[in-house]
Design a protein around this ligand. Sequence first.
Ligand SMILES: Cc1cc2nc3c(=O)[nH]c(=O)nc-3n(C[C@H](O)[C@H](O)[C@H](O)COP(=O)(O)OP(=O)(O)OC[C@H]3O[C@@H](n4cnc5c(N)ncnc54)[C@H](O)[C@@H]3O)c2cc1C
Length: 344
Amino acid sequence: MAGLSAAARVRELGATPIVYEKGTRPGGSMLLSSCVIWRFRDWDDFRMECPAGDKALQRVVWERLDDAIAWLESLGAPVVVHETGNPRTSGKRFDPRGLTETLVRAAGDVRVGESAAEPTILATGGFQANAQLVAEHIHPGGLLRLRANPWSSGDGMRHALERGAELSAGLDEFYGRNMPDASFSEAEFVPLAQLYGRFARVYNERGEEFFGGEVSWSENDLVQATAQQPRARAWYVLDDDALAQRVRDRKVADIVALAPTRVDPTELPFPAPAGARVAVRVSPGITHTIGGLCIDEEAEVVGTDGLFAAGADVGGISTGGYASGLAAALVFGRIAAESVVARS
Ligand SMILES: Cc1cc2nc3c(=O)[nH]c(=O)nc-3n(C[C@H](O)[C@H](O)[C@H](O)COP(=O)(O)OP(=O)(O)OC[C@H]3O[C@@H](n4cnc5c(N)ncnc54)[C@H](O)[C@@H]3O)c2cc1C
């Protein structure tokens, strides 16, 4: 999202960008995503949800997202739904394949299977695919499964650090989903996400209800708490009421039915609570890192001279919570482009 948006904007401003894409296809995790590009409706809500994030960067995303979404539409990107389905947020859901194709067309020169020796804008999508960096910063056990494209392995961060970059707060945080504790494919990233923890009773393998308080709507707090449990696992235990609830357009019972790790409550390694109908063993899938490079409001990497970054390579925007990664990538991708063109 960040790299293609930056290139499309650079070209629109009259310069000649080249996108170097390390993977076997363009689109990164954007192509695999649900593709809801959103912001909190209320500024105070954003601050409350992501309290440790950089206020100035958050403000830029919040103020410039609507224009950026309109720009995507003006390029011809196909909108699937003109709202997010969440009353606290505003934004649009795009078709990820159509959006990728639109941006590739607008970007022009996209070189698949290549990396740039001297990049101007870093947009490599974070470091979640690098087991060593994940172990160093986020989780020592190597137990977090990847729920993202396989190529975002911290190349942007490494390159910027060699050029004097500073790192943001929240390097130990990640955005993810609890998934069935079994292997899953790219096509299952969305349908298999077990996004109903708020309706379940949640236990670790020792039978302890480890999550105190209310689970947030994104459930990212529950996912991160799960990572801290023995073997980074949890059990979601559901009664009839929980199974009848709805998450977006699906019933919880239908999501549970897809999970290969669902069991009868009698098979739990601890006594089941009264009323339990089914239990699902889950563990975290990491979608993207939340910490990363520090940038200023012009998308320049702090500590460097003329190096820019956008997207999940940038840290400190949704620290302490969760906000749309696509929104930040889109807004700062465009800003990075404008900064580069203005200085050339
Ligand atoms: C299943 C799933 C659902 C999601 N749903 C949503 C959602 O609904 N809303 C939302 O806001 N976010 C969602 N996200 C997150 C969103 O996809 C990311 O926040 C967003 O794609 C980040 O943009 P980016 O440009 O930083 O990274 P990406 O879109 O992943 O792009 C990074 C690109 O950099 C390439 N790359 C890596 N290293 C190099 C290198 N050295 N040289 C050249 N290229 C390199 C990668 O191959 C990749 O193509 C979801 C993600 C997933 C996986």
